[in-house]
Design a protein around this ligand. Structure first.
Ligand code: CDP
Ligand code: MG
Length: 827
C-alpha cells in the first residue's frame, strides 16, 4: 500500500514539476507567502536623503540646514528651565565625568569598550554624548547612531527616557525599533533597537549604509545574538573604516572584548554604591527561626518567645531545625510551606497563611525593616504572574495605600514599564517582581532590598534565535553580585539570597556564553540566511568559538530536517525557519500546520513544548494525576492529550471555572495561561513571516482532524522516532542509537498495553540510567514515510528524499490527496 501511495504521489509531483518547471528553482520567493512581507526588506532604520533626487550641492545645503536646526533645537532646550534642570541631574551620573575621555577615545579609535557599574549612565548617556557632540559640530543630520539592546523592553524604555532627557517626543531625534513595533521619524538620528533587528537589517544592507556609530550594549551577558553580531561587525569594520563601534559592559571583563578587537581601548566608569548586607538561606532561617519553628515545639519556652531564647534551641531539637531548613528550601522553590509550618505561622499571624519563603520575606521586610523598595528576582514570567496574583488579594500586599506592586519582565505592557520608574507616594512601598532583566538592563531607583531566588531562565521571544523552552538554572556568581548590587543604589541595603552559602560557593564564576551552551541549529540557519559563507569557518571567528562537533551536529540536523541541502545551501523551508525565532522543529510544525489547515491544535502543541509541563504529578497523588491525564487521551498521543486539555481549559475560562478545571485535572494554571499567551505570540510570528494572512479560519479548515495534526507533529519531531515492538502482553520501544528505551511514567502511552501503531515520535529523550522519552505521539508507517523522511536506507530511499525535498512546496494539493488516503487507511 505504501509503495503504491508513494508512486502515486511521485507521479503527481512529476506532473506538477513538468507543468511548473520554470518556477521550481525560484519557488522560494512567494509560493508559500500569501503576503509579501517576507521578501520585502525589513523597513529601513533611517531615512537617508535620496542622493539621486538632488544634486550634491543641494543635498549638502539640505543637510547643513537640518544640522543647524538640530543644533538650535538642542541649545534652546538646554537654555530652558526644565532643560537646565535635566542637564543638572544628568551631570550627577558617574558617566558624565568621563564624557570628554569617551568622546576623545571615539574620535581617535574605531572600536572602544566601556565598562561601568549598572546605573552609572552607560545606556542613557553615552549614545547621547555622541549625538550631542555631532550636533554641536554641525554634523547632526549626517550622523546615525544605532544602539542595540538584548531585550525589547529595554530598547523601548531607554529610548523613551532619552527622548525625555532631550525634551522631545519619541520619534524626533530619538526612536526605537523592536519586532512588530517601533517609533521613529524622518529626522531620527539615534535609534535603540534589539540586536535581532540590527541582524535583520544586515540581511538587506550588508554594509550598514549611512550608519556612523554602532553601540552594542550589555555585551557582558554574552547572548548568542550579541556574539554573532560581533563577528559580523568585526568583518564590517575593515570594509567601513569610518564606522565607529562602541561596546558597553556592566562587568569588568572588558579586556576579553578589547583583545578580540585587536586591543581596542577600554574606558572604565567608576561607580558608587552603598554597602549591601548579604543574607543566605541559613541566615534567613536564623533570623526567622522562631516564627518558622512549629508552635508546639517552642511552647515550653513559656509565653515570652523572644529571639534570644530561640537562639539557644537545645541539641535534641536540631532534627526539627533540619526539618525547617528542608521546608524553607522547598518554599524557596516557589512552593508553599508544609502544612505544619503553615499552622504555626497562622497561629502567630493569620496574614501569613499559604505563604512561601518569598512572601514570608516580603512580609518580614514590610513589618520589620525601614523604608525602601523591594526587588524580587524570580525565574520567569509564569512564576511572577502567579505570585503577583496571589499577593494582589492579600490584605497587606493588595492594599494600594501601603504597597505599589509591580512586575518587570520581557513581555509586559509599556504602561506597566513606565510605572517601574515612578516614585510611590510617601508611606507606600514599591515591590517589583522581576526576571533577570532587572539585573543590568533596567535600573530601578530607590530599591533597598533585594530577594534573589538564585535561578534564571530566558523569557523573551524577541531575539532572532531565542529558544523559549529553557528550564530555570542556577545563576553565576557575577549575576548574584549584580543582583545584590541593585539594593545599594540609594542607601545601604540588604540582600536575601534564597539558597545556602555553600550553593553560592558552587556557582560558576561567569555564566557560560550562550553560544557555548545552547544548540546551534538556529544560529547556523541565521548564518546561512545572512549569506555568511561556510558555517564552521564563520564560527571559528567568534569570541569563543563553539566546539567543531557541536557545529557539525547542528549542520547535520538541519540537513536531516530539510532546512539545508546536501551542499549546505538554505532550502525554502530553511529560509522560512530562519525567520521564526524558535527551535527549527517547532517552526517546522507551525509552518506545516498553517499550510495544512490545522494550525489551531499545532499552536497548542508548540506552545505546550515551550513551557513547563502543564500536567502536574504531585508525588503523593501520582496515580490520580496520571489517570487524570489519561482521560484526555484518545489518540495514543501526549501532544494531542494536551490539545484536548487546552480546549477544555478554554471552555472553562469562558465559564470562569479555570481553577476548578485545573484542580480537577491536575493542570498547572500558570502553564495553561502561558500556553494561551504563547499561542497568540506564535500566531503573530507566523503572520510576520508572511506565511499566513491573519485569517484564523483559513489555517484551521482541518483543525478537527486528529490524524492530520498527528502527521504535522511527526513532521516536526523527526528524526526523534522509535519503533514499537509488540510482544505477548505488552510492548517495548527501540531507537536506532540507544536500543531499548522507556517512556516517562506520566506519558499516556505508558498506560497502554498495546499501541496500534508501529512508531512513536518524540520531542526529547533524557538519559538517567536508561533512556527515557518524555512526550510521544504514535504514528503509522505512511505518516512517517510521508512526513518524517526516510528511516530505512532501503531501495525507496531515492523516492523518499525527493518527497522530503518537495513536499513543502507542493503540500496543499498533494496533501489533500494524501490525507484522503491516510484517512481511508486509518479508518
Ligand atoms: O546603562 P546603565 O546601567 O549604566 O545606566 P542607565 O540605564 O543609563 O541609567 C542611568 C540613570 O538613569 C539611572 O539612575 C536610572 O535610574 C535612570 N533612568 C531612569 O530614570 N529612567 C529610565 N527609563 C532609564 C534610566
Ligand atoms: Mg544599561
Amino acid at each position: 500500500l505504501h509503495i503504491d501511495l508513494l508512486q502515486r504521489v511521485e507521479a503527481y509531483l512529476r506532473e506538477y514539476l513538468s507543468k511548473n518547471s520554470k518556477s521550481v528553482d525560484r519557488f522560494p520567493a512567494n509560493s508559500l507567502a500569501r503576503t509579501s512581507s517576507i521578501s520585502s526588506p525589513d523597513e529601513w532604520l533611517f531615512e537617508q536623503p535620496d542622493p539621486m533626487a538632488a544634486s550634491n550641492t543641494t543635498l549638502d545645503k539640505i543637510l547643513w540646514r537640518k544640522s543647524l536646526q538640530l543644533r538650535d533645537r538642542q541649545e534652546y532646550w538646554e537654555a530652558s528651565v526644565e532643560g537646565r534642570r535635566m542637564v543638572e541631574s544628568r551631570r550627577s551620573l558617574p558617566a558624565f565625568k568621563q564624557r570628554d575621555s569617551v568622546l576623545t577615545a571615539i574620535s581617535k579609535n574605531q572600536v572602544i569598550v566601556i565598562s561601568g557599574e549598572t546605573g552609572c549612565g552607560k545606556t542613557t548617556q553615552i549614545p547621547q554624548f555622541i549625538l550631542e557632540s555631532e550636533i554641536d559640530a554641525n554634523r547632526g543630520a549626517l550622523c546615525s547612531i544605532i544602539c542595540t539592546q538584548p531585550r525589547r523592553i529595554s530598547a523601548m524604555s531607554v529610548s523613551e527616557r532619552v527622548a525625555y532627557e532631550r525634551g522631545e517626543q519619541l520619534g524626533e531625534s530619538v526612536g526605537y525599533k523592536v519586532r512588530l513595533e517601533g517609533v521613529r521619524g524622518r529626522d531620527t538620528r539615534l535609534l535603540f533597537c534589539t540586536t535581532g533587528i540590527l541582524l535583520r537589517r544586515l540581511l538587506v544592507d550588508r554594509n550598514l549604509r549611512g550608519v556612523t556609530h554602532v553601540i552594542v550594549d550589555e555585551i557582558h551577558e554574552r547572548g548568542m545574538n550579541e556574539d554573532f553580531l560581533l563577528i559580523i561587525l568585526k568583518d564590517l569594520l575593515s570594509r567601513r573604516p569610518e564606522l565607529k563601534l562602541i561596546l558597553m559592559s556592566a562587568t569588568l571583563d572588558a579586556e576579553l572584548f578589547s583583545s578580540y578587537f585587536c586591543g581596542a581601548s577600554v574606558i572604565h566608569i567608576p561607580g558608587f554604591t552603598y554597602p549591601v548586607r548579604s543574607h543566605f538561606l541559613e541566615d534567613i532561617l536564623e533570623m526567622t527561626r522562631y516564627r518558622l519553628t512549629p508552635y508546639n515545639q517552642i511552647d515550653d519556652y513559656g509565653q515570652e518567645r523572644t529571639w534570644k531564647m530561640h537562639k539557644q534551641i537545645p541539641k535534641k531539637r536540631k532534627s526539627q531545625i533540619a526539618f525547617v531548613v528542608e521546608d524553607a528550601l522547598r518554599a524557596a522553590d516557589f512552593k508553599e510551606f508544609s502544612t505544619e509550618t503553615q499552622e504555626s505561622l497562622s497561629c502567630w499571624n493569620p496574614d501569613c497563611i499559604g505563604f512561601n519563603l518569598i512572601e514570608f520575606l516580603l512580609w518580614h521586610i514590610c513589618e520589620n525593616e525601614g523604608p525602601g523598595g523591594i526587588l524580587v528576582f524570580m525565574t520567569g514570567w509564569d512564576d511572577i504572574s502567579s505570585l503577583k496574583e496571589k499577593l494582589q488579594i492579600h490584605p497587606i500586599f493588595g492594599n494600594p495605600d501601603r504597597i505599589m506592586l509591580l512586575a518587570c519582565h520581557g513581555s509586559m505592557a509599556s504602561f506597566e514599564q513606565r510605572l517601574i520608574f515612578e516614585e510611590p507616594a510617601s508611606g507606600v512601598r514599591k515591590i517589583i517582581l522581576a526576571t533577570n532583566i532587572a539585573e543590568t538592563s533596567i535600573t530601578i531607583n530607590d530599591v533597598a532590598f533585594v530577594i534573589d531566588c538564585g535561578k534564571a531562565k530566558e523569557t523573551s521571544y524577541d531575539a532572532l534565535n531565542n529558544t523559549p523552552c529553557l528550564l530555570p538554572s542556577w545563576i553565576s556568581k557575577v549575576s548574584a553580585q549584580q543582583r545584590r548590587g541593585r539594593a545599594g543604589r540609594v542607601r545601604p541595603g540588604q540582600c536575601y539570597h534564597l539558597y545556602p552559602k555553600c550553593v553560592y560557593d558552587a556557582f560558576a564564576e561567569y555564566q557560560l556564553p550562550e553560544i557555548l551552551r545552547t544548540p546551534l541549529q538556529s544560529l547556523c540557519l541565521q548564518i546561512k540566511s545572512l549569506n555568511l559563507g561556510s558555517i564552521s569557518e564563520f564560527l571559528l571567528r567568534a569570541l569563543q568559538s563553539p566546539e567543531l562537533l557541536a557545529v557539525q551536529k547542528a549542520i547535520e540536523y538541519l540537513k536531516i530536517i530539510g532546512a539545508l541541502d546536501e551542499n549546505e545551501y538554505l532550502t525554502t523551508l530553511g529560509r522560512y525557519l530562519s525567520k521564526l525565532p524558535m527551535e527549527p522543529k517547532l517552526g517546522k510544525m507551525l509552518i506545516l500546520g498553517a499550510i495544512l489547515g490545522c494550525l489551531d491544535p499545532i499552536l497548542t502543541v508548540v506552545a505546550g513544548l515551550s513551557v513547563r509541563d502543564p500536567f502536574l504529578t504531585p508525588q503523593d497523588k501520582k496515580d490520580l494525576a496520571d489517570a487524570a491525564k489519561f482521560q484526555f487521551s484518545r489518540d495514543h498521543s501526549d501532544h494531542l492529550a494536551l490539545v484536548r486539555a487546552y480546549e477544555g481549559w478554554k471552555k472553562a475560562e469562558e465559564e470562569s471555572a479555570v481553577y476548578d478545571y485545573c484542580w480537577k485535572n491536575f493542570l498547572s494554571i500558570q502553564s495553561m495561561r502561558a500556553i494561551d499567551s504563547l499561542r497568540k505570540e506564535f500566531f503573530s510570528l507566523l503572520k510576520d513571516t508572511g506565511l499566513i494572512d491573519g485569517n484564523p479560519s483559513i489555517c484551521n479548515s482541518e483543525g478537527n482532524d486528529a490524524n492530520l495534526t498527528r502527521a504535522v507533529i511527526c513532521y516536526g519531531m523527526y528524526p526523534g522516532i522509535c519503533s514499537v515492538v509488540h510482544n505477548d502482553r505488552s510492548f517495548s520501544l527501540k531507537t536506532m542509537e540507544d536500543g531499548q528505551v522507556l517512556l516517562y511514567s506520566n506519558s499516556v502511552n505508558a498506560r497502554e498495553r498495546k499501541i496500534p501503531y508501529p512508531w512513536l515520535v518524540f520531542n526529547e529523550k533524557i538519559k538517567v540510567n536508561s533512556v527515557f522519552l518524555r512526550d510521544s505521539t504514535a504514528v503509522s508507517d505512511s505518516t512517517l514515510i510521508l512526513f518524517g523522511g526516510s528511516i530505512s536506507k532501503g531501495d525507496i530511499d531515492g523516492h523518499l528524499k525527493m518527497l522530503g525535498g518537495y513536499l513543502e512546496f507542493f503540500m496543499k494539493p498533494v496533501v489533500a490527496e494524501i490525507c484522503q488516503t491516510l484517512k481511508k487507511e486509518l479508518a
